[in-house]
Every structure is written in structure tokens, then in C-alpha cells.
Write a protein that binds this ligand. Structure first.
Ligand SMILES: [Zn+2]
Length: 443
């Protein structure tokens, strides 16, 4: 195609602009990774990040003394992970993220640990745990806990607001601990981010590495009373909830399994069609007796199918006792009682139920076809994951065993129970945490 000199001039102008951008972004050229932070909603506001090793004062090799003011922001969405309402003030935001996901090694916000919703990566991780997959594979899928603040660097003398993102465990928890200590020793409770009675936060950041990834350990938290900030400062801080990039279950699944959006769409449509078919059954409900209605849908379906078969294939021998009315009722009762997964109604599960009926009646001779009786019904071993309600094992204070059956020194702070451990088994928790940190230091 022919371009006029005017066309070329316009294009050259745009190319120059792109060249400028390339020069500006030369360090991150070609990196298409997406993080969990999305600044696109902030228009062209220049956002920088607080970095302890750049803005802290290096007091000895790899140890930086930092000094920041944490400032509050106005919650701007209904999607705050800690359910702080829109319009309220908050001083931090916490979330869980999976790292190195998909072809671009993206980080994604874990929907399960952050919002208590289904997360495809966690589901796959749980499957891998149940299957006894290699620990390193599982560790790679574990989400990590993050925190972010609006801060002003007090070492610099500048007053621009920066974002500060850190490990929730290594920074936020340590700071909270110290705030608590202040109260415990009879001092007043510290609210560092308060506009009226806030405190400048001092801390040390120590360089550390884990599997080639650099990170900081934080210590020596201290608080110095700061001057009042003007109320208008909350107009300048960034609403942290609005810059979290929260993906849907489908989007995460696509990224994780490296699927096209089309694949997911097809699956969704299939699922939708299935639902439609099942919805047609609803009409039948009206014609049913109460007892029939109470039966789980899949069982109703099974019985309907059986009845159809009964009508059609009369010449076939009655080898399956499911066709006997009284046994069928018995079967339903037991089936309901057992609360077996009604979605999976396989031959094996039918056999299992028959066995239950036999047991229940203590019949000497089974009334059914015994052809497959010898078959061993294999019960899948259940994963050993201990839930919140389960009673922990007895532990002595010197124990190096996880009271909740997780891996001591490795699963620290990963499970919900860990928070319980902090208060109930403080000594064990401390040892576990120490072990966790020292393992981390070694690698
Ligand atoms: Zn997850």
C-alpha cells in the first residue's frame, strides 16, 4: 500500500514515542508477565515502589535501616479481602497469591485463601497432595501471603506516596507483634497509620535468599510519634483494594492449564446444556409422591431408567435386584443414610450398597445375583489432611511434631490451623517457625 508523506510523518511520530517508551522500559523489555497489581485504573499517576535496599540506610552489609510513615486509604470497592466496606478507611491490604503460573510465569491472587472461593490451582494442589505427589511440586503451588501499604519514605525527606509490598509473614506479622508488645508492657496501643496520632515505623531489612529468590527478613521494629497529617492526605493515597488484579476461576484455570478461553467456553456450554436437560425433570417432580421427591435426583433418575428398561427388556432375566420394589426402598434408605456421592452412581457403588443391604438384613443367602460378589470393593484412601475441627494430637511443649499432622517446620503458617497453633501450642509453633525460617535460609 502506498503511504503519503503525511501518513509516514504521523507513523514516524508514533514510532518515536514507542522508541521513547522502549528506552524508558529497557530494564523490563519483553517481559509480558502480569502481576497481581494493576495500576491501569490510576490513569497516568506516576507510581513508585518503596524498596528497603534502595531507600533504607545500609548500616552493615545487606542490612538496611528503614523509616516509613504508613498512611490510610479509602476503600474503593466491595472486594476488600478482609471485608472492609467501601468508603471506610484501612491502612493495609492482605492477599494470597500463587506465583509462576502459566507460560508467562504470572502471579495470580488465590481465590480460596483470599476470598474463601474455589480456586483451580488450590484444587489441583489438593489433588496432588492426595495423590502423594512430590513435595517440591506441591510447594511450588502453595500460595504465599502478601501485604501492601501506602508509605512515605522518611529517610528521603521527600513526601511522595509510594506502594510498599511485602511478605505478610515477614513484615506485617512482625510489626503487629511489636505493636502488641507495646500494649503488653503497659504502653499505649500503637496505631501507626493514624492521621491524628500516628507513628513513624522504624525497622531493619536484612537481605536473604531462598532458592535463588531474594527477599528481606524484617526485625527491630520501633515506633516514633509523628506529627499530625492533614486530613486531605487520604485523597492522595491509593485505594489499595482497587489495584488488586482479581481474576475469575475460569481465567485462572485458563492461565494455569494453558488453555484457550474457547476451551473453557465449550466446557461451560456443555455444562449449561446438561443443566437444561436436568431442568426438564422438574416437571416430573409435580407428579411425584412426597417420598419420591425426597429421593436424591440421581437415584430418581436411576430408578426411572430401571423402570424403562423393565418395560423394554422383559425377556432379560431379572438379575439385578434393584427392580424389586421393597429392596429398592431399602436401597434408597441406606443410600441416603450412607450419604454416598449421588453424582457417581457406578456399578461398584451399587454393589457396595447391595452389600450394605445384605449386612443389614443378615441374610444367609443373598437375594441378588452374586456374579460379582467376589470383587473387592476398593476404598480410596482418604487424604490425611486434618481439618480445623479435628482434635490435635497430644503434644508436649518440647514437641517437634505438628499438633495438626502437617509437616513440622515446612508447613508453617500455611494451614488455617496454624493460627490456632500460635495461641494453643506457642512453644511448638515457635520451633516450627524457627525451623521454617532456617530451612528457608539454607536453600
Ligand atoms: Zn489458590
Amino acid at each position: 500500500m502506498g503511504l503519503s508523506p503525511k501518513d509516514i510523518k504521523e507513523r514516524l511520530k508514533r514510532m518515536r514515542q514507542k522508541t521513547n517508551d522502549d528506552v524508558k522500559n529497557r530494564e523490563k523489555g519483553g517481559d509480558k508477565r502480569k502481576g497481581v497489581i494493576d495500576l491501569s485504573s490510576l490513569d497516568n499517576k506516576e507510581i513508585t515502589f518503596f524498596k528497603p535496599n534502595e531507600q533504607g540506610k545500609e548500616i552493615t552489609k545487606g542490612v538496611y535501616a528503614c523509616k516509613v510513615d504508613i498512611l490510610p486509604y479509602i476503600v474503593a470497592t466491595g472486594k476488600h479481602p478482609n471485608n472492609v466496606s467501601e468508603g471506610e478507611l484501612d491502612y493495609a491490604i492482605e492477599w494470597w497469591q500463587h506465583r509462576s503460573i502459566g507460560v508467562n510465569d504470572d502471579s495470580v491472587i488465590c481465590l480460596k485463601k483470599t476470598f474463601g472461593k474455589p480456586c483451580p490451582i488450590c484444587e489441583d494442589m489438593e489433588k496432588k497432595i492426595a495423590e502423594g505427589e512430590d513435595q517440591s511440586e506441591i510447594n511450588a503451588l502453595k500460595p504465599s501471603w502478601k501485604v501492601m501499604y501506602n508509605v512515605i519514605d522518611k529517610n528521603s525527606g521527600k513526601s511522595n506516596i509510594q506502594l510498599f509490598i511485602q511478605s505478610r509473614q515477614l513484615f506485617h506479622k512482625e510489626m503487629l507483634k511489636e505493636m502488641n508488645v507495646q500494649e503488653a508492657v503497659g504502653g499505649e496501643m500503637i496505631y501507626p497509620a493514624d492521621i491524628e496520632n500516628g507513628y513513624t515505623v522504624l525497622f531493619r531489612a536484612n537481605d536473604d535468599t531462598f532458592k535463588g529468590n531474594k527477599f528481606f527478613n524484617f526485625s527491630n521494629f520501633a515506633f516514633i510519634k509523628r506529627d499530625k497529617y492533614d486530613y486531605s492526605v487520604i485523597e492522595d493515597t491509593i485505594p489499595l483494594d482497587s489495584i488488586l488484579r482479581i481474576l475469575s476461576y475460569e481465567e485462572i484455570a485458563c492461565m494455569y492449564y494453558q488453555l484457550d478461553e474457547d476451551d473453557i467456553q465449550e466446557e461451560k456450554e456443555d455444562a449449561h446444556n446438561n443443566v437444561e436437560v436436568e431442568d426438564n425433570d422438574e416437571e416430573k417432580l409435580e407428579n411425584m409422591t412426597e417420598e419420591e421427591q425426597q429421593r436424591p435426583k440421581t437415584i430418581r433418575k436411576k430408578i426411572e431408567e430401571e423402570e424403562e428398561e423393565e418395560e423394554e427388556v422383559i425377556e432379560e432375566e431379572e438379575s439385578d435386584d434393584l427392580t424389586g420394589i421393597s429392596d429398592r426402598k431399602e436401597l434408597l434408605k441406606i443410600k441416603q443414610k450412607e450419604e454416598l456421592d449421588t453424582k457417581i452412581y457406578t456399578k461398584d457403588s451399587i454393589e457396595k450398597i447391595k452389600e450394605k443391604i445384605r449386612e443389614a438384613r443378615k441374610l444367609k443367602e443373598p437375594p441378588f445375583d452374586t456374579e460379582e460378589e467376589e470383587e473387592v470393593i476398593e476404598e480410596k484412601p482418604k487424604p490425611q489432611r486434618v481439618r480445623r475441627n479435628s482434635k490435635p494430637k497430644e503434644t508436649s511443649s518440647s514437641s517437634t511434631k505438628c499438633p495438626f499432622n502437617h509437616e513440622f517446620g515446612k508447613d508453617c503458617d500455611y494451614f488455617d490451623e496454624c493460627t490456632e497453633c500460635v495461641s494453643e501450642y506457642a512453644d511448638t509453633y515457635k520451633k516450627c517457625e524457627k525451623e521454617f525460617n532456617s530451612q528457608k535460609g539454607k536453600k
